[in-house]
Design a protein around this ligand. Structure first.
Ligand SMILES: [Zn+2]
Length: 287
């Protein structure tokens, strides 16, 4: 783990230099931001962060992103897609208070068995057992609960895209092939039938190298044309819809609550400051 303070201070000069260069000569870049939950304190900060980023990056819709990944739309300038994993209730507030005012549409990756939890208590149990294993119920932040099917309907009406994130937030590499396939296919089937959709985007739970393997990726490709990972990188370099690179844009406190990276720290990630670390994993899977 690289200390975040080191990254921020080491790469800030590169960020400034690149900013000046990119303003003169735009270069093709296609990156995807990955967020999870937000507490109320972070919602205005998130608005400010996206507003700040919009000076240097163009936020693109999921449909535009698909076109760029498929080669139908040229990748010009600096393009950013926003995504959220898991299906936290706070994502509804994020749509209303941040994304809609900024005219940004995003992909929300949800676990089908999380968004169908009927009560606060059952939602907490699901979080503790599947999404954030920890000791006792007190370890789950109070405000964490699930988006409901009605909330998802609202997000769809706002133009957002719903993606699958398995049924139960399983690390697929730890399951048998049939169990892994079931986790993905039942999630797709449930979301399609609940919301009359044809779900085309999938994100691996956890998203790190131990949660991804060529075998599970091959199974996912049978179900979804767009497969998102947690490997950082610029998708414009070698666009591969089956191996979409995403930049984790939040971190967890010991309390498990999510926090936002400072602007210049996030900008350093988007400049590719740590892409090299992920390149070995990516080349192992993309060959
Ligand atoms: Zn997840």
């Amino acid at each position: 783990m690289i200390p975040h303070s080191f990254l921020r201070y080491f790469f800030y000069p590169f960020f400034l230099k690149n900013n000046i260069l990119f303003k003169v000569k735009p270069s093709g870049s296609l990156r995807v931001l990955l967020f999870h939950d937000f507490d109320d304190r972070h919602i205005p900060l998130f608005y400010s962060q996206l507003y700040w980023l919009s000076s240097f990056w163009s936020f693109i819709s999921p449909q535009m992103f698909e076109g760029m990944m498929d080669g139908r739309i040229p990748i010009e300038g600096r393009n950013l897609l926003v995504t959220f994993d898991d299906g936290f209730k706070s994502n509804l507030k994020i749509s209303k208070e941040v994304l809609e005012p900024l005219n940004i549409t995003a992909i929300f990756f949800v676990c089908s068995n999380f968004i169908t939890q009927p009560t606060y208590e059952s939602s907490k149990l699901f979080l503790k057992n599947h999404i954030q294993p920890c000791d006792g119920f007190q370890c789950i932040p109070d405000h964490w609960t699930n988006l409901s099917p009605d909330d998802i309907e609202y997000l769809i009406r706002q133009g957002h895209t719903i993606g699958a994130h398995t049924a139960n937030h399983k690390r697929l590499t730890e399951l048998s092939p049939s169990e892994a396939y079931y986790e993905m296919s039942i999630a797709r089937q449930t979301l399609n039938s609940l919301f009359s959709l044809d779900v085309t985007h999938f994100a691996f739970p956890f998203g790190d190298s131990s949660s991804y393997s060529p075998e599970v990726a091959e199974m996912a490709q049978k179900l979804f044309p767009y497969i998102h990972t947690g490997f950082r990188g610029n998708n414009a370099i070698a666009p591969n819809p089956s191996l979409i690179l995403r930049d984790s844009a939040s971190y967890q406190y010991p309390s498990l609550k999510y926090g936002l990276f400072p602007n210049h720290h996030l900008a350093a990630f988007l400049e590719g400051s740590v892409d090299l670390i992920y390149r070995r994993s990516i080349s192992a899977y993309s060959s």
